[in-house]
Design a protein around this ligand. Structure first.
Ligand code: FES
Length: 168
């Protein structure tokens, strides 16, 4: 990874935007990466704008790497005011565009964010299909992300896997 990219990721995760569960969300989507075991959940709230349904705001939680957290932070800002259809056109690399080009080993981090967004918006994509997803579910009807991680956490005991929870 380039120093410039590392710096941008560091800046983005120092004060991530829209981190945490969203009360009263209209939809929530969750994906997990088969590549690295990271998980990301995204909540979306819609509003009506002159008769058109647009994304009012989005938030996320992640058991992910710093890159995924940085991209999710950027993505939740980028999709504000877009229709679901417009948001679904955005590929992972576009969601991460502000960070600049990602190295090949970090492309799946952007795909994880794309997958969570697609899951929340009820669409399917290769990245979402490759992961478990709960499309269109309303916040409060899904287990917390840490509960979802339970089996993985239990199976990781003694494997040296360390889980760090970010504070809101
Ligand atoms: Fe897997 Fe970033 S390394 S999501």
């Amino acid at each position: 990874m380039t120093t410039d990219l590392q710096q941008k990721i560091r800046e983005a995760i120092q004060n991530p935007s829209n981190l945490g569960e969203m009360e009263g969300a209209d939809a929530v989507g969750t994906v997990g990466s088969a590549d690295c075991g990271e998980m990301l959940r995204m909540w979306v709230k819609f509003r009506d704008e002159n008769g058109t349904k647009v994304i009012d705001r989005a938030s996320f939680q992640s058991f992910g790497c710093e890159t995924a957290i940085a991209i999710a932070s950027l993505a939740t800002e980028l999709i504000r005011g877009k229709t679901p259809e417009e948001a679904l056109l955005l590929r992972g690399t576009e969601l991460a565009a502000e960070l600049g080009p990602l190295p090949p080993m970090k492309i799946h981090c952007a795909e994880l964010v794309e997958g969570a967004l697609r899951s929340a918006l009820g669409a399917t994509s290769e990245s979402a299909r490759a992961a478990f997803a709960a499309p269109g579910q309303v916040s409060g009807q899904v287990p917390s992300l840490i509960d979802s991680m339970g089996p993985a956490l239990n199976s990781s005991r003694g494997s040296g896997v360390k889980v760090i929870l970010l504070k809101k």
